[in-house]
Ligand binder design. Sequence first.
Ligand SMILES: [Zn+2]
Ligand SMILES: [Zn+2]
Length: 53
Amino acid sequence: MRHYICTGGCGGEASTPGVCQTEECHKEGEILTPCDCEDGSHANAKEEPEDTE
Ligand SMILES: [Zn+2]
Ligand SMILES: [Zn+2]
């Protein structure tokens, strides 16, 4: 079942699309990554490529 996870290190997870709301998180305010794994490993999360500096 589809869920949404934060890849910023806070371990946030939601069943609906949204943004991370963890203040100390790297990705606070950023859109959660869709994932459809069934075992909780989040191996199917598709992280959008980002520009690296
Ligand atoms: Zn987060
Ligand atoms: Zn997952």
